[in-house]
Write a protein of this length. Sequence first.
Length: 215
Amino acid sequence: MDIAHRATDQQTTAEQRRRELLEAADRVVLRDGPKASMNAIAAEAGITKPILYRHFGDKGGLYRALATRHTDALLASLRASLDAPADRRRRVEATLDTYLASIEAMPQVYRFLMHPAEEPHQTEQGFDVGRHSAPLLRRMGEELGQVIAERVDLGPAADAQARIWGHGIVGMMHAAGDWWLGERPCSRADLVKSLADLLWGRLAAADDLPGGPGF
């Protein structure tokens, strides 16, 4: 086996091992939420903590890897909802419901990604969830803004307007979803309808871009 093949095999093995460690981390996070520790994750994976550090650096590195893993899956689901064969109102409702259903299905993962431990001044390895979660929300806002720009005719300064809407909608979903997940004041369906009603102003009146995929 030549050097190039060995390097490729080593990379494949490292990527597979990283996936296995992320799956172990997911299991711990599903159980412990924001209190998930590097010690518990290492034990779940059957390794020592120094080996876990070798792969991710620290808890912040592990957090970023988990955030990317879950955000990629969520964004794929949101895009599928936005592209579903239905009228605009139903697609908006489906997109809101997709987000809310995802945090409802895995509340501990959501809390790990979005909330600090109960005593943030004692966070492990100086880990600050707020510092790490902001880029996640920004990424979602940018992605949604791009989807809106591709589908809706917003006139002059369309790109800037689409980005504003993207970040605004993500902020709304995050804030309303966080409140709803904690208090459960209504059904998910009722929350979806109320949020869709809130959005149903200028968005409903805007024309689709000529020749675009529609929204």
